[in-house]
Write a protein that binds this ligand. Sequence first.
Ligand code: GLN
Length: 229
Amino acid sequence: GADSTASEKYIIGTDTTFAPFEFENDEGDFVGIDIDLLAAIAEDQGFEYELRTLGFNAAVTALEAGQVDGVIAGMSITEEREQKYDFSNPYYSTKTGVAVDPKKGISDLSELKGQQIAVKTGTTGAEYAESIKDEYGFDVKYVEDSATMYQDVLTGNSAAAFEDYAVIQYEITRGMGLEVISQSEEGGQYGFATLKGKQADLVEKFNAGLENLKESGKYDEIISTYLGE
Ligand code: GLN
């Protein structure tokens, strides 16, 4: 683990509310694609781990502080992050979606002019919002978790949420009253992250396990459990 060389147990940080990758289901169990993938990879590769549900930015901060050995949190592999982290091979891909309350009649980014939009601290969605805010003339509000971000739009406090498309669309399909009006041009691929140069063995195990799950059909099974065929 992060603070112990004697133990073989890895400490893994994850997000709190990021369905279908990690979330609490109706039965109160903490589940999701990331959670199932990690469990299956650990079983395949014969390692033990302890999951810490920290929130996205907190998990990344904990990784940098050496408090966790790895992060699995729908974390996008970006060039900037690759300077600081070693990522596994990609296991999922999505763009950033811009979601609004359909009752507000906003159908285009240009209609966000003079309004406030909500993002989650430390995410690629926040980065995307910052990159276009001057062009479209909106203000960016930072929150710490996705549930708070969605709520901020549902209550009319913010005009839009910038969230990974696969995640916001999952919530919308499950009945959340928002609508995606736009997506970023560039997509991002999710990877399991460790601190650069510190956990080469763990990244190797993750990659080997992921490959085995893809070959055995277990990867597809996990994806379809949450997203259908
Ligand atoms: N994929 C996004 C990122 O890496 C969001 C991750 C998250 O909110 N858990 O920044």
